[in-house]
Design a protein around this ligand. Structure first.
Ligand code: ZN
Length: 456
């Protein structure tokens, strides 16, 4: 394999990415108003929209199902939720913004003075114009989130009258819903791409991940229809924590086939790409992502695994210890818009989404073509000029030529079946694409054979 099967040729890449970026942003715009939580119709509606593009399976796990140490919760759906002031004016309305209601609020219809209502109101005094994002999945309560300025106005105007609170919601036996797309590959080894779908109107922390993973899936699906991919690919769009735990509990055999994986989130903000290593720390996915980030010439950050964050901590729980890292832009909690109404559609940009998609495609492209070879002429250097692989004239060549020659020599030298192309790229300091191209040329010239051994 000499060329990328997943990315368009260099000359077409910019135009392609511009279009992808625009489409991903349009998808985020469409998904933004849908109220999502860890269960309920919002997740189904979201998956239904993704299903217009890829043949994902919608899975339902009934409430009450034990999944390892957890139990699938009751399903939550909201019809309406609002607060009216003593004069009957609506002052907070879930219909205006899905962040206004604390996720998993129990149904309520009562009248109460502001002093008591206040216990159920959440604001951000330091960011008085923003609505915070709050949930209470496992403790039965209710609450509203609003800009601090609105609360200040209510307190200023308070004459001791009663507010009417209405949460017309159901919290009943139903199911937890997730989406799963399996693309078969030539081998049993699978790549897992996982993304949470449980956040309401939050663009970077959630919709960006959904958009990038959907477009990644579309591209892999199209490539796999042209010719089989080497790995199987499994995409999971599921509610955070409980969804990943439910999937793992129901899919222990599939989990054992996961050779590499990434958890996607926060992919539309202007920050540099950020990689959090898998629990193993030195898995092929860790090496692949770090190599590509380093070779990109763009700013990036890499950090070690910590058992916090998104679902990498479930995939990396010790009973599974899957090689799953997380590739994002600015990590959760490290941007001021995080988990507030400022994480909106203006905060994510088409060009950032497109750059993230390109990064994911480069990772998959590397994993697809990373393998070990054996040099068939390992005694002394084979004569490259005779095979048209070495320019006859020294000195007058283009700037590219020395690097190409160096790549040929590195691949020949390291191809003893024990070093994969990524290891050769790491050791030589050459970009993976240059090493892959050299291997392709040597293979065509009959100097290399594919090694039977799996990459170390
Ligand atoms: Zn979040």
């Amino acid at each position: 394999m000499v060329e990328s099967r997943l990315l368009p040729p260099d000359g077409e890449l910019a135009v392609w990415l511009e279009r992808e970026g625009r489409e991903m942003h349009e998808l985020a715009e469409r998904l933004y108003p849908i109220p999502r939580s860890i269960t309920g119709e919002g997740v189904r509606e979201t998956l239904g929209i993704l299903r217009e593009s890829v043949p994902l399976q919608v899975r339902e796990v009934p409430s009450g199902t034990p999944v390892f140490d957890w139990t699938v919760p009751k399903e939550w759906n909201v019809r309406e939720a609002w607060i009216r002031d003593p004069e009957g004016r609506t002052v907070v309305d879930f219909a205006d913004h899905s962040l206004h209601l604390v996720g998993y609020s129990v149904p309520v219809h009562e009248r109460l003075p502001l002093a008591r209502l206040r216990e159920h109101l959440h604001t951000l005094p330091d960011h008085p114009d923003l609505i915070p994002y709050r949930t209470s999945y496992y403790a039965e309560t209710w609450g509203f989130c609003l800009p601090h300025r609105v609360l200040e106005r209510l307190e200023r105007d308070d004459r001791g009258g009663e507010y009417e609170v209405r949460i017309d919601a159901t919290l009943e036996d139903g199911s937890l819903t997730y989406g799963e797309l399996e693309l078969p590959g030539e081998t049993e080894r699978e790549v897992l791409v996982s993304c949470h779908v449980c956040h309401p109107a939050l663009a970077n922390d959630n919709l960006s991940g959904i958009a990038v993973t959907l477009h990644l899936a579309k591209r892999l699906l199209a490539a796999s229809r042209e010719a089989p991919l080497r790995h199987g690919y499994r995409f999971l769009w599921l509610p955070g924590t409980i969804g990943a735990i439910a999937w793992l509990a129901r899919n222990r055999e599939a989990a054992a086939r996961v050779a590499h994986g990434l958890v996607a989130a926060n992919l539309g903000d202007p920050g540099p790409l950020y990689y959090k290593r898998s629990r193993r720390g030195d898995a092929e996915i860790d090496r692949a992502v770090e190599h590509l980030l380093r070779a990109s010439g763009e700013p990036f950050e890499v950090e070690d695994f910590v058992p916090y964050g998104y679902d990498e901590r479930q995939y990396g729980s010790p009973g599974f210890d899957l090689a799953v890292g997380s590739l994002t832009r600015t990590p959760w909690g490290r941007y001021p818009e995080y988990h507030t109404s400022a994480d909106d559609l203006d905060f994510i940009r088409p060009e950032n989404l497109a750059g993230s998609l390109a990064a994911y495609l480069r990772v998959m492209d590397l994993l697809e073509s990373n393998r070990s070879y054996r040099n068939l002429h390992p005694y002394g250097e084979p004569q490259l000029g005779r095979r048209g692989l070495y320019p006859a004239l020294g000195g007058g060549s283009t700037e590219e030529a020395p690097r190409r020659q160096l790549a040929l020599l590195w691949v020949l030298n390291q191809s003893d079946g024990r070093h994969d192309l990524l290891a050769i790229a790491e050791r030589s300091g050459l970009p993976f694409a240059a090493v892959r191209e050299a291997a392709g040329a040597l293979l065509a010239a009959g100097l290399l054979a594919e090694s039977d051994e799996e990459a170390p």
